[in-house]
Design a protein around this ligand. Structure first.
Ligand SMILES: [Zn+2]
Length: 251
């Protein structure tokens, strides 16, 4: 994961990967970005003697286009100014920051495998969209994604879990059941559950923790859904069996 792509604040919009073809990059179309100062910002400029350029807030919109498939994506947010000292000229200069609040359709923060069932992929794509709008909601969406993943692997919804009587299993208990079926992913899934819980209860989710959660999910999915490790192991085995003979690989 290239973390630089998923900051909230940019001096120039980065070349996000295209959400449609996933191989192209999104490039700003002409007239980028269209922006206008907000009314509140204008009145502050007039009403306050201590006014500084950093107070300026503009709303911006932009259209981005994929350089391969032509998909068009909308971006919107707030433009802020900031001052910095130019050490060579010893002058105060003004820089611009674009704070992104919305991208649609949203670029994929991690790969969405074609093997992923659609009811899981939908939640993942919503998490990418919510990432810009509301981090806590995105974290909560990842938690729902884990629930749907458990459904996909037919993890029981009822059982004894941690109690003596049968009851509807909560996500923690279902993850414990899943560990018995496919060992090795409990920590990753619990980490996603915790980030989701924190997002739901505190109403906010730390950006770093959320990006960590996406990264953990990417690692878990590459094994659970794409069987990458098993596929690589099979390739290695085929190479060993053929003693590196390329004609045997084709068989
Ligand atoms: Zn594309």
């Amino acid at each position: 994961m290239k973390r630089d792509l998923w900051n909230d604040r940019f001096s120039n919009l980065p070349k996000w990967p295209c959400p449609k073809c996933e191989s192209g990059s999104l490039v700003a179309m002409g007239g980028f970005p269209h922006s206008e100062e907000t009314e509140e910002s204008k009145s502050e400029r007039q009403d306050h003697l201590e006014w500084e350029p950093e107070w300026v807030r503009e709303s911006f919109v932009a259209l981005l286009k994929c350089d391969e498939c032509g998909e068009v994506v909308t971006v919107a947010g707030t433009k802020r100014l900031w001052t910095y000292e130019d050490h060579e000229s010893h002058e105060q200069c003004l820089g611009e920051s674009l704070i992104v609040r919305h991208i649609y359709p949203a670029p994929h923060i991690i790969e969405v495998s074609g093997e992923l069932p659609s009811e899981c992929a939908e939640h993942l794509e919503l998490a990418f969209e919510l990432y810009w709008v509301d981090k806590a909601a995105a974290a909560n969406r990842l938690r729902i994604f884990v629930e749907r993943l458990m459904d996909h692997f037919d993890v029981p919804v009822e059982g004894k879990g941690n109690k003596e009587k049968n009851h509807a299993l909560n996500l923690s208990e279902r993850i414990t059941e899943f560990e018995k079926m496919k060992p090795g992913h409990k920590d990753a899934l619990d980490a996603l559950r915790f980030v989701g819980n924190h997002g739901s209860h505190a109403g906010q989710s730390d950006q770093k923790a959320l990006l960590d959660a996406f990264e953990i999910l990417e690692g878990a999915l590459s094994e659970l859904v794409d069987n990458k490790k098993a596929k690589l192991a099979a390739k290695a085995k085929a190479l060993i069996q053929s003693k590196g003979n390329p004609k045997a690989w084709a068989k």
